[in-house]
Design a protein around this ligand. Structure first.
Ligand SMILES: Cc1ncc(COP(=O)(O)O)c(C=O)c1O
Length: 468
């Protein structure tokens, strides 16, 4: 089946409040046209992120009631440790309250000023945490990743030539580790192949550099390997995951994605010395090593979520639902990044709005128009998120891709709601000429997309009958 139907039924529902276009227009003005500043209650379909937005299963909710809230040695920690070890296979399991804390602990321990950490493409918090240590964060993904029309099956792969050039440029001693983000979120949720992981490992072994995974969406990556890579069709997802992680020395994980929980993360690694230093820092900033900033019940939900996410029925539906949205848009001629990734569909804003130059934030303008007209919230992944000011000229250096991402929460929306999203985007695409650009009026020095404010350049957008 191309689009498998939901492998679950709904036991609890959360009503959604409907809003009018006028209300949303008012909210946008008050929020400075930044969708992060819009109250979630005023959003109809919220595709801002797939992070921490999953619906938990009845088995996970039941696990919450078994929370052991002891300060030290909670039984839920041992369940969690066992679940992580059985999948990831690394010696040390260090819980954190979310992914960026795992990044912060790792980088503040092993990355020093002047060092360099390559990745296929760094996620924004990963890059920020490395740069915060005074180090360089280099993207070394294959070139196809930057071509939205290229349909290669593994566009998240590391470019081994670029990686080796980077290692030689800075010197292997100044590369404390290399990361692989699976799937590659900032490059469109594209997977990394097992062959590429194996080759990356072999290259790094020659230079004695550790390999770490940014493993947030590891199960989706393994599902793509099973679907697309020769030799994996008959292997279980668990088996594929175990092989994949065996090529690494550790991982950071935001369990808010493929841990199927609303909060939680961890760091897992083999190196005893690094683990000891990280644990000491954990006690300083997060908590005792058997809870790491979480409640016992959260650890239990995470332990159960990590096992559920490996179920093939679930993954076929999950990846299929994302593909369903992508295919509806593609068939209607809406420019999307191809192939469709594991957790999100990305609109190619440069092609959607060719009349808006990059310094007027076309992807942000598109995201704003979709919220105002249909109550749908996506997120800009373009100049607002990744644009940089040139220190000499003060001008913005634009990223290659200018996208709006619609990240689909796990097990939350029905396919009917997804069809509504597709219809809305297709409708907006028909009258795209009326969308106008934005001007940024405030930006923070770091991670500016969360708090930036904008003004609309014009209000000439034509209004049509709204659906919501
Ligand atoms: C690839 C990747 N790495 C790291 C993170 C950070 O995780 P968290 O939001 O749990 O801090 C995210 C979050 O979206 C991500 O997508």
């Amino acid at each position: 089946m191309n689009f498998p139907s939901e492998p679950f039924k709904i036991k609890v529902v959360e009503p959604i409040r409907r809003t009018t276009r006028e209300e949303r227009d008012r909210l946008l003005k008050a929020a400075g046209y930044n969708l992060f500043r819009i109250p979630a209650e005023s959003v109809y379909v919220d595709l801002l992120t797939d992070s921490g937005t999953s619906a938990m299963s009845d088995h996970q909710w039941a696990g919450l009631m078994l929370g052991d809230e002891s300060y030290a040695g909670s039984r839920n920690y041992y369940h969690f440790e066992e679940a992580v070890r059985s999948i990831f296979g690394y010696t040390h399991v260090i819980p954190t309250h979310q992914g960026r804390m795992a990044e912060n602990l790792l980088f503040s321990t092993v990355v020093k000023p002047g060092m360099c950490v390559p990745n296929n493409i760094h996620f924004d918090t990963t890059r920020a945490n490395i740069e915060h240590q005074g180090a360089e964060a280099v993207n070394a993904v294959v070139k196809e990743a930057y071509d939205p029309h290229n349909e290669s099956p593994f566009k998240g792969n590391m470019d081994l030539v670029r990686l080796e050039e980077t290692i030689n440029r800075v010197g292997p001693d100044r590369v404390p580790l290399v990361l692989l983000t699976i799937t590659n979120n900032s490059g469109g949720g594209q997977p990394v192949s097992m062959a590429n992981i194996r080759e990356t490992r072999a290259l790094l072994t020659r230079y004695r550099i550790p390999l770490f995974f940014d493993a947030c969406r590891f199960a989706e990556n393994c599902f793509f390997i099973k679907e697309r890579e020769h030799g994996y069709k008959d292997r279980s997802i668990l088996d594929i995951a175990q092989e994949l992680f065996s090529y690494g020395d550790g991982c950071t994980m935001s369990a808010k994605k493929d841990g199927l929980v609303n909060i939680g993360g961890f760091l897992s690694l083999n190196d005893d010395r690094w683990a000891q230093d990280i644990t000491n820092m954990l006690i300083l900033v997060e908590g005792f090593p058997t809870y790491g900033g979480l409640a016992g019940r959260d650890l239990e939900a995470m332990a159960r979520g990590l096992r559920e996410v490996l179920e093939e029925d679930y993954l076929a539906f999950r990846v299929g639902q994302v593909r369903y949205l992508g295919d509806l848009l593609d068939h209607a001629g809406v420019p999307i990044l191809k192939p469709v990734g594991g957790h999100a569909v990305y609109l190619n804003a440069k092609e959607f709005l060719p009349h808006i130059p990059q310094d007027q934030y076309p992807a942000q303008s598109l995201a704003v128009a979709l919220y105002r007209d249909y109550g749908i919230r996506g997120v800009e992944i373009g100049t607002v998120m990744f644009g940089k000011r040139d220190a000499e000229t003060g001008r913005t250096i634009h990223p290659e891709l200018e996208m709006v991402r619609f990240a689909i929460p796990r097990r939350v929306y029905t396919n009917m709601q997804i069809a509504y999203v597709a219809e809305s985007i297709i409708d907006l695409h028909r009258r795209r000429d009326g969308i106008l650009g934005l001007r940024m009026v405030y930006e923070a020095p770091m991670l500016r997309h969360f708090t930036a404010r904008f003004e609309e350049l014009d209000h000439a957008m034509p209004v049509r009958q709204m659906v919501v």
